[in-house]
Structure formats: structure tokens, C-alpha cells
Write a protein that binds this ligand. Structure first.
Ligand code: NAD
Ligand code: UD1
Length: 340
């Protein structure tokens, strides 16, 4: 794909910042729109350090239609990657209206601003959470969808919204990337995931135990119907995931309408396998106890990656050991995240 101007919503966040690095490295100009509700401009400074040039940054909330239109007025945007959204499953149960407001209203405003400026090419951050509890693994994109949390439903409804838009107006070309479990960090260790408060997700929790910020990891459930009794997930390195966005942007030229694509490695790892790999990367045991199941967890989720290979011409290159090494490298260099 020739160099273009890519607008990245949520570009200061975890996956967005890694994608900005890859976009800049590929020669694209990058415009970031982020309200910094879950991120910091330090991440963008570090993106510039890695890439040797910077993004154009606009501190704008997607719900601010006027400010968003000004960004499109200021830049000749070719394509959009839309990461911006709230993503904590538990929080979405407590404050669902805020999730619908932020994620759905933000997306509607983005689509209106794009159409007003004749931009119709979009890559959207969806999630494997739209599959709910899958009946069959590996999961193909044609599996039934039905999310179980307000967060998951915002993803589901946005997917439907984008399908409806594409059905009504053939100019829309959209790739819905359904991420599995992103972990890891840029190999420089200068950008990475910086969760606020106590992390909900396995890898950041394990790494905060390793660095001494948290005492022990709780392994949720040891009695699942899996080989070692713990849940299986498809962990994917965030740099591979970032590359999948470049591949998806390129694939927009080859698709019509709206296409959903799984982004995983196709390999499942159990919680205990992750703990072992993380301990190996850290060079010390990560203290952990097997405790009760966490409500809402499904036993086994991993991706069928066939469509990513055929449609995006992309597949993951990095494995669990790479993910743990790079996540630890980031955590060790930045024990308190961007606040270090
Ligand atoms: P993140 O919180 O690090 O990044 C999201 C960014 O969007 C943040 O910088 C935040 O400040 C910004 N943002 C939120 N609402 C905004 C708004 N209204 N206007 C402007 N900016 C706004 O999250 P992430 O892990 O990088 O995830 C990116 C996307 O991928 C999200 O849509 C998330 O739901 C989706 N996703 C993430 C995961 C994961 O495990 N991290 C898994 C599946 C899907
Ligand atoms: C969760 C979300 C999913 C979201 C994803 C983003 C739920 C039900 N799903 O996925 O919607 O897209 O995060 O990253 O919340 N675990 C422990 N101890 C911990 C933390 C996790 O044992 O302290 C286990 C969990 O039980 C699970 C596995 O580790 O089996 C992965 O958990 P997590 O990282 O939270 O991801 P998901 O639950 O797969």
C-alpha cells in the first residue's frame, strides 16, 4: 500500500501506540485523536523516539462532533483505524450507559465525520468477546455471535452498525478485527500496557506480581475440562497485532463491504502455561494460588486464523515466550508504567 495519511483514534493507548509505530515505520503519516481518558502523551513521545518521527496529535473526544470535524478539516485523511473505546468488562457492568455513550456515540460521530469528508475506509477494533461462549474451537468468523457483557455488546452493535452502513452505501469498506488476547510490548521496552489500578487481565497481573507491586497471582479455576484444568486462551503479541492493522488497511483495497477477521495465533495456552512462560522470562517463580473460578470465564477460546491468512495475508510470527520476554522487558524498565 502506498504511503497514506491514517487517522488513528485511541492512538495513545496500548494497541494504538504500537500500531502507530508500525504505521510510521511503513512510511505513513499518522494523525492521532485521543481524549487521554486511559492513556498519556508520554506514549506518543516514545512512539516518536522509536520511529524517528512523530504523529500529529489532537486531544479530542470522539463525542465532540465539532472538534472531530476540525481534525478532518486539518488533515487529508485517507483511511481510519478506530481503537478509541472503553474496554473494562467488569466496569461496563457497573456503568453500562457510560460504555454505550463512549463507544457507540463516539463511533457514530466518527462515521459521520468520515462520510462528511468522503473517507469510507475503516479498520475497527472488535473483540473475540463477541463470540460469547463458543460451541466449537478453533472459532471461525462464521460462528454465532452474542456477547455477554455491556462492553461486548458495544462491540457487537458497532459491528452491526458498520455492516448496515456498508450495505446501504457501497463506498464503505470496513475490516472488523476481532482480537483475541493481546499481550507483550514493543521490544524496545519503552511502550507497553499501563493499566490503571489493579489489572484485570492475566499477563499484566502476573508481571506486576513479578515486579513486586502485587503479592500473588490468583489462578481462577483449576477444575475446567482442559488438560491442566485451567482456562485456555489465544494470546497474541501486540506487535503482531499492530502488523495485522497494516495488513487490514492494505486488504481494504481487495474487499467489498464489511469483513470480520479473527486476529489470534491459532494456538491456545492455559493459565498455568502462561504462568510458567512468564516465570521463565522473569527468571523467578511467579507466586500463585489456584482459587475459585471467575464468573463469566469460558473454558477454551482460540482462533481459526484461516481468514486472516487468506484475506489479510497476515499471520502471527511471535510466540508465548516472545510475548512474556517483551512484556517483562517493558514492566522491568517501567515498574510504574508511564508514571515511572
Ligand atoms: P486502551 O484503553 O489502551 O486504548 C484506548 C484509547 O482510546 C485510550 O488511549 C483512550 O484514552 C482512548 N479513548 C477512549 N474513549 C475515547 C473517546 N471517546 N474519544 C477519544 N479517545 C478515547 O485500550 P487498548 O487495549 O489499546 O484497546 C484498543 C481497542 O481494542 C479498544 O477498542 C478495545 O475495546 C479493543 N480491544 C482490546 C483488547 C485488549 O485486550 N486490550 C481486546 C479486544 C479488543
Ligand atoms: C478478557 C475479557 C474480554 C476482553 C479481554 C481483553 C472477560 C470475561 N473477558 O478476556 O472481553 O476482550 O479480557 O484483554 O472479562 N486469569 C487468572 N487470574 C487473573 C486474571 C486472569 O487466572 O488474575 C485467567 C482468566 O480466568 C482467564 C485467563 O486468565 O482464563 C485470561 O484472562 P484475561 O486476561 O482477563 O482475559 P479474558 O478473560 O480472556
Amino acid at each position: 500500500m502506498a504511503a497514506q495519511t491514517i487517522l488513528v483514534t485511541g492512538g495513545a493507548g496500548y494497541i494504538g501506540s504500537h500500531t502507530c509505530v508500525q504505521l510510521l515505520a511503513a512510511g505513513h503519516d499518522v494523525v492521532v485523536v485521543d481524549n487521554l481518558s486511559n492513556s498519556s502523551t508520554v506514549a506518543l513521545d516514545r512512539v516518536a523516539d522509536i520511529a524517528g518521527r512523530s504523529v500529529a496529535f489532537h486531544e479530542v473526544d470522539l463525542r465532540d462532533r465539532v472538534a472531530l470535524a476540525e481534525v478532518f478539516d486539518d488533515h487529508d485523511v485517507d483511511r481510519v483505524v478506530h481503537f478509541a473505546g472503553l474496554k473494562a468488562v467488569g466496569e461496563s457492568v457497573e456503568i453500562p450507559v457510560a460504555y454505550y455513550d463512549n463507544n457507540i456515540v463516539g463511533t457514530v460521530n466518527l462515521l459521520n465525520a468520515m462520510a462528511d469528508h468522503e473517507v469510507f475506509d475503516l479498520v475497527f477494533s472488535s473483540s473475540c468477546t463477541v463470540y460469547g461462549e463458543p460451541e466449537v474451537v478453533p472459532i471461525t468468523e462464521d460462528a454465532p455471535i452474542g456477547a455477554v457483557s455491556p462492553y461486548g455488546r458495544t462491540k457487537l452493535y458497532i459491528e452491526e452498525l458498520l455492516r448496515d452502513a456498508a450495505a446501504a452505501d457501497k463506498r464503505w469498506r470496513t475490516v472488523l478485527l476481532r482480537y483475541f488476547n493481546p499481550v507483550g510490548a514493543h521490544p524496545s521496552g519503552t511502550i507497553g500496557e499501563d493499566p490503571t489500578g489493579i489489572p484485570n487481565n492475566l499477563m499484566p497481573y502476573a508481571m506486576q506480581v513479578a515486579i513486586g507491586r502485587l503479592e500473588r497471582l490468583r489462578v481462577f479455576g483449576g477444575d475446567y475440562d482442559t488438560p491442566d484444568g485451567t482456562c485456555i486462551r489465544d494470546y497474541i503479541h501486540v506487535v503482531d497485532l499492530a502488523d495485522a492493522h497494516l495488513a487490514a488497511l492494505g486488504a481494504l483495497d481487495r474487499i467489498e463491504g464489511c469483513e470480520a477477521v479473527n486476529v489470534g495465533t491459532g494456538t491456545g495456552s492455559s493459565v498455568l502455561e502462561v504462568v510458567a512462560a512468564a516465570s521463565n522470562a522473569v527468571g523467578a517463580d511467579i507466586p500463585h494460588d489456584v482459587v475459585d473460578r471467575r464468573p463469566g470465564d469460558v473454558p477454551c477460546v482460540f482462533a481459526d486464523t484461516g481468514r486472516a491468512e487468506s484475506l489479510l495475508r497476515w499471520s502471527a510470527r511471535l510466540d508465548l515466550a516472545d510475548m512474556c520476554r517483551d512484556h517483562w522487558n517493558w514492566q522491568r524498565q517501567n515498574p510504574a508504567g508511564y508514571g515511572s
